[in-house]
Design a protein around this ligand. Structure first.
Ligand SMILES: NC(=O)c1ccc[n+]([C@@H]2O[C@H](COP(=O)([O-])OP(=O)(O)OC[C@H]3O[C@@H](n4cnc5c(N)ncnc54)[C@H](OP(=O)(O)O)[C@@H]3O)[C@@H](O)[C@H]2O)c1
Length: 284
């Protein structure tokens, strides 16, 4: 493996090997950033432990503590990352179990929605913590993950976090946890807004008389193409829209109806409401 790989000599432990942990493990192995023998994982169900071991060759434990211990650095140059990937309601019990099990050099990366860095650090008695907010397209490596780190996290660990999260798609480092709540409302909750728009457009196609699968094919590719075009052209969305809005044409007619129905305001209000909800859930 190349020396430029920040995960060289890094041992990883995944606490809770569900959908997201598997997406990261599969991505790391596919890109040969980590060898399977440097990865350990934990899961309460034996069938899932066997499945992960057979599929990826990683060592699996029933005990979360043992998975962490297996990932401890052995040589002075080794590093170690512990990924917390359980559902939010399981986190408290997991942190209780792991309290005092980590050595100072280990980095904790949490992908658990809503869990604050301070809470994790206090319960684990451990200072180096990174909090992330992925989204569902991460499951196919096309996600975007916002992340932020406690002040104790080193530069080397930060580059390890980037390499790790790139297994899920793109990464964006944000300044603080308030911005994690903002990313929760925009990019993490975002796919649900798009799915709703997608569904409405498919239904509109069916309303005009298309069969559902034709409407679905047209809408899927149209949305994908529009996003790629916007990204590659580097043009403001309004400019792209104006380019196809001829006087008295179909776009002008449709946009008039969308503005009349306050689509822009509804979206803005939805994102703001999700942000406030993320903030209040974080306080519980
Ligand atoms: N999925 C996404 O797209 C997404 C997006 C953003 C954030 N996240 C966050 O990512 C985290 C993981 O999500 P996920 O979708 O991967 O969930 P998941 O598939 O449910 O994975 C969590 C796994 O942890 C296992 N588990 C339960 N109790 C445990 C314990 N005490 N110790 C160790 N493992 C335990 C669960 O087993 P059982 O199934 O047997 O209960 C499950 O397989 C969540 O906190 C979520 O908020 C996910």
């Amino acid at each position: 493996m190349a020396d430029t790989n920040p995960l060289n000599n890094c041992r990883l432990a995944f606490i809770g090997c569900g959908v997201m942990a598997e997406a990261i493990i599969a991505g790391l192995l596919r890109r040969k950033l980590v060898a399977p023998e440097h990865i350990s994982g934990s899961h309460p169900r034996q069938a899932r432990r066997e499945e992960m071991h057979v599929k990826y060759g990683v060592e699996m434990f029933e005990s979360n503590r043992e998975a962490v211990t297996a990932a401890q650095p052995e040589e002075p140059n080794d590093s170690s990352v512990i990924v917390l990937a359980v559902k939010p309601q399981r986190l408290h019990g997991v942190l209780e179990e792991l309290k005092g099990a980590l050595v100072k050099e280990q980095l904790v990366v949490s992908i658990v929605a809503g869990a604050k860095i301070e809470t994790i650090a206090e319960q684990l008695l451990h200072a180096s913590v990174v909090r992330t907010m992925p989204n569902t397209p991460a499951q196919i490596g096309e996600g975007v993950t916002a992340w932020t780190a406690s002040s104790e996290v080193t530069e080397k660990q930060e580059s390890q976090v980037c390499a790790l999260l790139e297994a899920l798609g793109k990464t964006v480092r944000v300044e603080n946890e308030r911005q994690i709540d903002m990313a929760t409302a925009l990019s993490a909750t975002g796919p649900t807004y798009i799915f709703l728009v997608m569904e409405a457009l498919i239904d509109a196609g069916v309303h005009m008389g298309f069969s559902r699968h034709v409407a679905q094919d047209l809408v899927h590719q149209m949305m994908l193409g529009a996003v790629l075009f916007a990204r590659e052209s580097h043009k403001h969305p309004a400019e792209l829209r104006n380019m196809v809005t001829s006087p008295g044409g179909t776009s002008a007619e449709a946009i008039y109806q969308m503005e009349k129905g306050s689509l822009r305001t509804v979206l803005s209000k939805a994102v703001w409401a999700a942000y406030q909800r993320a903030e209040s859930l974080g306080k519980i």
